[in-house]
Design a protein around this ligand. Structure first.
Ligand code: ZN
Ligand code: ZN
Length: 98
């Protein structure tokens, strides 16, 4: 029995999500808090909701997940694909370099 992911669509397609998987990276440094520049904001990312097929592809490394941190999105999608706000989904993880 898989835990059900009520109501969320898959991050990569329109189908209902059936799996939650660990994101490639759990935290995201958002930079300085605009209301308090001495404080930098790190957000904890949620699990990724995926349909069964996409969960397999992601776990096998056939698809790469990205994250859009625009406040209108804050959602996962396929790395490099365009998100709802128009920006591409960006790579998560080990990058100070790009
Ligand atoms: Zn899917
Ligand atoms: Zn976006």
């Amino acid at each position: 029995m898989t835990s059900s992911v009520s109501g969320s669509p898959c991050a990569l397609c329109e189908r209902p999500a059936t799996e939650l998987i660990e994101p490639p990276r759990r935290t995201l440094a958002r930079g300085l808090d605009p209301s308090d520049p001495s404080y930098s904001v790190t957000v904890i990312l949620p699990d990724v909701a995926l349909c069964a097929g996409h969960a397999l592809e992601v776990q096998n490394g056939e698809r790469l997940l990205g994250w859009c941190d625009d406040e209108r999105c804050r959602a996962y999608g396929e790395l490099g694909g365009s998100s709802a706000c128009g920006d591409p989904y960006k790579k998560l993880g080990s990058g100070n370099r790009s």
